[in-house]
Design a protein around this ligand. Structure first.
Ligand code: BT5
Length: 267
């Protein structure tokens, strides 16, 4: 994309995973800004060993290699800037404002998932001449652009959970437009990662976009679960949940947005 650091765009018809590819490139010393985009992934990955689904030629499957100079406790901002840029891009191309469900889902107005973000790092990869001191971070995003066209397209496990830009606006959308808008929106946000004031701005944008804040959530941890109201994000990107007056901080894991009793009564 001219005028941005994302000028080296590597396009694939099919690949196992654009994240896997860029992590390899990072190990070989590739600089910040390399982009990998594929029409199809044979082993698209989600978090925690889960998989990311998209039929060939339908959705945007893209990863970027970042080498941000981020304090150790703010690494989450690397994936946040990609999520925020995706919100901007979707707004620009189709005029719909998505929200961020903590930690990494982009949801449509009715709560169905439109996109997911996966950040992966390799602490053993070499630094490059660009001067960045932190490890490379590969941030991948899958945006459901044209699939599913409607619920009939979806495998049973995703019915009611996934939607696409096409379904939201009722017409097919050019993936190239979404990619261009994404890279353009990413440029200033990635630039912000390099300064304290920029990081504060991005963290503020993330809190403003995070629809989990203010929502009743169920938190599933390895050996317990609890329900409460999400009240904030910490500077490290952890979710603060008020559980009957006790503040609990969720470092990693999955949350479910649940409707409050009042909302359920109103519905
Ligand atoms: C994510 O994981 O949401 C991160 C997805 C990142 C995908 C991109 S594509 C480009 C790059 N290369 C890769 O290999 N990956 C990245 P997670 O929060 O774990 O969500 C995964 C779960 O979302 C799955 O277990 C399904 O339940 C659901 N899912 C799978 N495909 C989906 C889709 N297209 N739309 C909505 N939900 C989906």
């Amino acid at each position: 994309m001219p005028g941005t650091r994302f000028t080296d765009i590597r396009r694939f018809d099919s690949i196992d995973s654009t994240n896997r590819y860029l992590l390899e490139e990072a190990r070989a010393g590739a600089p910040e800004g390399v982009v990998a985009v594929s029409d199809h992934q044979t082993a698209g990955r989600g978090r925690l060993g889960r998989s990311w689904e998209a039929p060939p030629g339908s959705n945007l499957l893209v990863s970027v290699l970042l080498r941000p100079d981020l304090p150790g406790d703010q690494q989450h901002l690397a994936s946040a800037v990609v999520a925020l840029a995706a919100l901007d891009a979707v707004d620009t191309v189709v005029g719909v404002r998505l929200g961020v469900k903590w930690p990494n889902d982009l949801l449509g107005p009715d709560g169905r998932k439109v996109a997911g973000v996966l950040a992966e790092t390799d602490l053993g990869a070499p630094a490059t001449r660009t001067g960045a001191t932190g490890p490379p971070i590969v941030v991948g995003i899958g945006i459901n652009v044209n699939w599913p066209a409607d619920a009939a397209d979806l495998p049973e496990g995703l019915i009611g959970l996934a939607t696409s830009l096409r379904e939201l606006v009722g017409r097919p959308i050019a993936r190239s437009e979404v990619l261009d808008a994404l890279l353009e929106a990413m440029e200033p946000r990635v630039g912000d990662l390099g300064t304290a004031s920029g990081r504060i701005r991005q963290a503020g944008d993330l809190r403003a976009a995070c629809t989990t804040i203010g929502t009743r959530v169920r938190v599933d941890l390895a050996n317990e679960w609890f329900e409460g109201t999400a009240t904030d994000l910490t500077p490290e990107g952890h979710l603060v949940v008020d559980v009957s007056g006790t503040r609990r901080t969720v470092v990693a894991g999955d949350v479910v947005h649940v409707r409050s009793r009042e909302e359920a009564d109103r519905a």
